[in-house]
Design a protein around this ligand. Structure first.
Ligand SMILES: [Zn+2]
Ligand SMILES: [Zn+2]
Length: 206
């Protein structure tokens, strides 16, 4: 599995291009993402934009990038009602009005995109997902878990601390060698241990 972390601003969520045809999250700056993708892939080769959840820092540029490449947008069905809502998408935190994103694929969990499997991990938002490749032992963790025992906040619309702990417990069942979080740096070592720390820390706050 080939993963390229695209460049964007520190306010943006991480955007990862997987095997040249799947984009995991977009960030807010569609122009930055489009110009990089144009240098890496042929037009029409981007198949799917998978949003880990509805928040604007992950989804803000999705409609423009999808239009530029003819890609489909996938998001969990439980986050759809929040996606284009100023409070639900937290766009107001970024001083922006809510986007207008029309999802093409509504997820429930268990779907696959290439070798990535969708795992429903509610808690940060109701329809938060992670993506896991068993072959590559790679986890795209969205805003569910971050490096060094950090975890997603549960005080925004639809957040639920109890569900977040249950979701992190699900991630504990996976063997993870590389973790690609929604923010901060890629984790190349001790990923299982860092997820275990996140579970411990999140459990204390639920
Ligand atoms: Zn985020
Ligand atoms: Zn978020």
């Amino acid at each position: 599995m080939q993963v390229i972390k695209l460049q964007n601003s520190p306010y943006d969520a991480n955007a990862y291009l997987v095997d040249g045809r799947i984009l995991v999250d977009v960030g807010m700056d569609a122009h930055a993402i489009i110009s990089q993708l144009e240098n890496i892939i042929e037009p029409g080769k981007l198949e799917t934009i998978v949003l880990t959840h509805c928040h604007y820092d992950h989804s803000g540029g999705a409609a423009q990038v999808a239009a530029a490449f003819g890609a489909k947008i996938a998001i969990h069905r439980d986050d759809v009602s929040l996606l284009n809502n100023a409070r639900g998408s937290a766009s107001l935190l970024f001083g922006m009005k809510a986007p207008s994103i029309v999802p093409d694929i509504l997820l429930s969990g268990g779907e696959t995109f290439g070798e990535l499997e969708v795992i429903h991990t509610p808690g940060h938002t109701p329809g938060g997902i992670c993506l896991y490749s068993a072959r590559a032992k790679a986890l795209f963790s969205g805003d569910t878990v971050f490096p060094d025992g950090s975890f997603g906040r549960t005080d925004l619309a639809g957040g639920n601390a109890t569900k977040l702990v249950e979701s992190i417990r699900k991630l504990m069942l996976l063997d993870v060698s590389v973790m690609y979080p929604g923010h901060e740096d890629i984790v190349n070592r001790d990923a299982n241990e860092q997820i275990r720390m996140s579970l411990m820390m999140a459990s204390q706050y639920s």
